[in-house]
Write a protein that binds this ligand. Structure first.
Ligand code: NAD
Ligand code: DAU
Length: 338
């Protein structure tokens, strides 16, 4: 099988490419990535150098000519679209790039895939398209889409476009909706690596609001497994939920990181809440369990220990991704919140 993976130099894409090439000796992967602030070509440099089944193209999923050219390859079987602007806080500061990449870019890929008769398209979406839950219940695939941030609104729009491509053109389309991922290579603007970095440096740890918002956390390779199963076994036109069965308040996540690192809870600082902050996410992934055989493989604390071990052993990676632009964004973001 030959697959076009987009956004493969980001957090989940990097893990997906590594895992798929490891598991499937006969697979070839082309990675199309624009290399935004969140994309790091060095994540997969060893594959570029030593793995003939892997190739990298720097480019934009909005670029019609380029995407048509890549998908004209008669050996290309499938597209897996990870490419996105992915950070909710950035979408609140400026929604425009989210509309461009997450909606227009996704539609451009779908159109190129349609014109080239690609036999499978997996669009990677998120649980955030469902909006927020109260203290009870879980999202199912039938929960109406009710996004609350510019990020989730852009993702929900692409989900609707995927649905339209299936209904209108019969395109072999599967959508995946997953909860919060954690693990190696996550960019340190997101909660877990951010708290890790700041706790290591004995800096105040910003917890939004009262810290009682709940997220369901999934080990990144479990999400990759869900995407792989969707690619191989998903029903055309279907969306599948994936989760880690690990609901945690943000405050508990921060406390667990502190306990693993042996750092004091006095570092915790409550800061201004995120506007439109969703209270709780929880996933019912029965459909994926029954139809695809999906089950998460690792519990939250064990996964967190593995994640922290990875960051401890990859201080060079953390240095690399903390560019001047990263520092400017984080300083401004911290100032706005305190
Ligand atoms: P990320 O921000 O770490 O990586 C995104 C990648 O996409 C980067 O490599 C970036 O360079 C690339 N990219 C951005 N715009 C592009 C464009 N116009 N053309 C080509 N490449 C472009 O994101 P992530 O956390 O790895 O998320 C990947 C996907 O999974 C996203 O679609 C996101 O919505 C979805 N998702 C993420 C999570 C999570 O917890 N991180 C959970 C559920 C779903
Ligand atoms: O649920 C899936 C989504 O998970 C993905 O679709 C997104 O791409 C991904 O970024 C993630 O979104 P969140 O907004 O949930 O992730 P983030 O790590 O930014 O925040 C997790 C929770 O922690 C959220 O409730 C906000 C809170 N938070 C976050 C940061 C960065 C804090 O309290 N303090 C912080 O400094």
């Amino acid at each position: 099988m030959k697959i076009l993976v987009t956004g493969g130099c980001g957090f989940i894409g990097t893990n997906f490419i590594r895992m798929m090439l490891r598991k499937h000796p006969d697979w070839q992967i082309v990675n199309l990535d624009k290399l935004t602030y969140a994309g790091n070509r060095l994540n997969l440099l060893d594959l570029e150098q030593d793995e003939p089944r892997y190739s990298f193209v720097q480019g934009d999923i909005c670029d019609r000519e380029l995407c048509m050219e890549i998908m004209a390859d008669p050996h290309l079987d499938a597209v897996v679209n990870f490419a996105a602007e992915s950070h909710v806080d950035r979408s609140i500061n400026d929604p425009s790039p989210f509309v461009t990449t997450n909606i227009q870019g996704a539609q451009n890929l779908m159109e190129c895939a349609r014109q080239n008769g690609i036999s499978r398209f997996v669009h990677v979406s998120t649980d955030e398209v469902y909006g927020t839950l109260g203290p009870e219940g879980k999202f199912t695939e039938c929960t109406p889409l009710a996004p609350n941030s510019p990020y989730s609104a852009s993702k929900a729009s692409a989900d609707m476009m995927a649905r339209a491509y299936f209904e209108t053109y019969g395109m072999p389309m599967v959508v995946t909706r997953c909860s919060n991922n954690y693990g190696p290579y996550q960019f340190p603007e997101k909660l877990i690596p951010l708290i890790y970095l700041r706790a290591k440096a004995d800096q105040p740890l910003p917890v939004y609001g009262d810290g009682m918002n709940v997220r369901d956390w999934i080990w990144v390779e479990d999400h990759c497994l869900g995407v792989e199963l969707s690619l191989l076994k998903g029903r055309d036109g279907q969306a599948y939920n994936f989760g880690g069965d690990a609901e945690e308040t943000n405050l508990d996540v921060v406390r667990t990181i502190l306990s693993i690192l042996g750092k004091p809870e006095s570092l915790i600082t409550f800061v201004k809440d995120r506007p439109g902050h969703d209270l709780r996410y929880a996933m019912d992934f029965k459909l994926a369990a029954e139809e695809l055989g999906f089950a998460p493989t690792i519990g939250f604390r064990d996964g967190l220990v593995k994640t922290i071990e990875w960051y401890e052993n990859h201080a060079d990676w953390l240095d690399q991704v903390q560019s001047g632009a990263y520092r400017n964004f984080m300083n401004q973001w911290y100032e706005d919140r305190t």
